[in-house]
Design a protein around this ligand. Structure first.
Ligand SMILES: Cc1cc2nc3c(=O)[nH]c(=O)nc-3n(C[C@H](O)[C@H](O)[C@H](O)COP(=O)(O)O)c2cc1C
Length: 329
């Protein structure tokens, strides 16, 4: 997979040390239960389209995986504009799950995506559990899907978003229902807008999730002081970008403490150093979101930086670093 991408962990080749001596390349490959990835760096849902905007670039990035824009049963136009507002060190969005719907995704998007040779994780959303079930049922026989990410955490829709994630049994109900119609691995994408993320993580793990993605955006609000109205037509939005990184990292730590299934970290990751913090705290993979808007090659820089760090630390694999956080008590 992507054998020509220099930083791809699938090729545990040879590289040169500073003194010119041949040293084995650190292994970047990770496994997350049933999911095996060439490296731990994925693009986050909704921030990389369907990987089809610049397929050549996407193929060259040496990604560990692509998480698609959330797909729903019916096509959705999303919320009316304005739906993006830049904030200090981040952005507020209220896109509202705009997407082409599952049928067009299957015919127009998935074949090209699957041909890139990068693991594809299809994000699935819905208003009710039955919609998730039907969407997954239509998708699950299609070639090229590595796993599903069940989005029970969108803050920007009236139904099927936060109310799922804020009630652990509701989030678990969606996972349990979807579990019955597919054998493919399921990750549940959780919301940070809860009192106890660990409780929700435990509930979805017990319902059959193979992993949890932590986390979606934080609910935020920006107001135009002249009109006294929200900057976004939908009212509040979801905050992402560097501003949320320490908050997301603490949520990831909470999830790692709460469950034994793999945790995928997401929130404000821009550089390899940021990603390393998440891996050290116990995430087995990370997702890059907002950073890709500024630089579509951001994820590749993160992969390369992780490899350089492992080499500098004398570590032979990324696995040797995951979960090495020394928590003082
Ligand atoms: C414009 C935009 C659209 C997004 N759309 C989705 C989506 O469709 N599904 C989803 O699960 N998350 C969506 N997200 C959330 C991201 O996947 C990610 O969880 C969040 O932005 C935090 O990561 P970041 O700080 O690296 O961007 C979206 C985020 C942004 C900024």
């Amino acid at each position: 997979m992507n054998g020509d991408a220099p930083a791809n962990g699938a090729d545990a080749g040879i590289s040169r040390s500073m003194s010119g001596e041949a040293v084995p390349r650190p292994v970047l490959k990770v496994s997350l239960g049933p999911v095996s990835l060439p490296n731990p760096v994925l693009t986050a849902s909704g921030t990389f389209g369907y990987g089809d905007e610049e397929p050549e670039l996407t193929g060259m990035l040496g990604l560990g995986g692509i998480v698609t824009k959330t797909v729903t049963l019916e096509p959705r136009a999303g919320n009316a504009p304005p739906r993006i507002w830049e904030t200090p060190a981040g952005m507020l969005n209220s896109i509202g799950l705009q997407n082409v719907g599952v049928d067009r995704f299957l015919t127009e998007k998935l074949p090209a995506l699957a041909s890139l040779g990068v693991p594809v994780i299809v994000s699935v959303g819905g208003r009710r559990a039955e919609e998730y079930v039907e969407t997954v049922r239509r998708l699950q026989g299609a070639p090229g899907i590595t796993a599903f990410e069940i989005n029970v955490s969108c803050p920007n829709v009236k139904e099927g978003g936060l109310e799922f994630c804020q009630v652990p049994s509701a989030a678990a109900g969606v996972v349990e229902a979807v579990r019955k119609v597919t054998r493919l691995p399921l990750w549940a994408k959780l919301s940070p807008n809860v009192t106890s993320l660990g409780t929700v993580a435990r509930a979805v793990a017990e319902a059959g999730a193979d992993g949890v993605t932590v986390a979606n955006t934080f609910v935020g609000l920006c107001i135009d002081i002249r009109t006294r109205r929200s900057r976004l037509s939908a009212g509040s939005g979801g905050l992402s970008g560097p501003a949320i990184r320490p908050l997301a990292l603490a949520r990831v730590r909470d999830a790692v403490r709460a469950v034994t299934i793999p945790v995928v970290g997401c929130g404000g990751i821009t550089t390899a150093e940021d990603a390393l913090e998440f891996l050290i705290v116990g995430a087995r993979a990370v997702q890059i979101g907002t950073a890709s808007f500024r630089d579509p090659r951001a994820a590749r820089g993160v992969v390369e930086g992780i490899e350089a760090f492992l080499r500098a630390e004398g570590l032979t694999s990324v696995e040797a670093l995951i979960g090495t956080y020394r928590e003082e008590v």
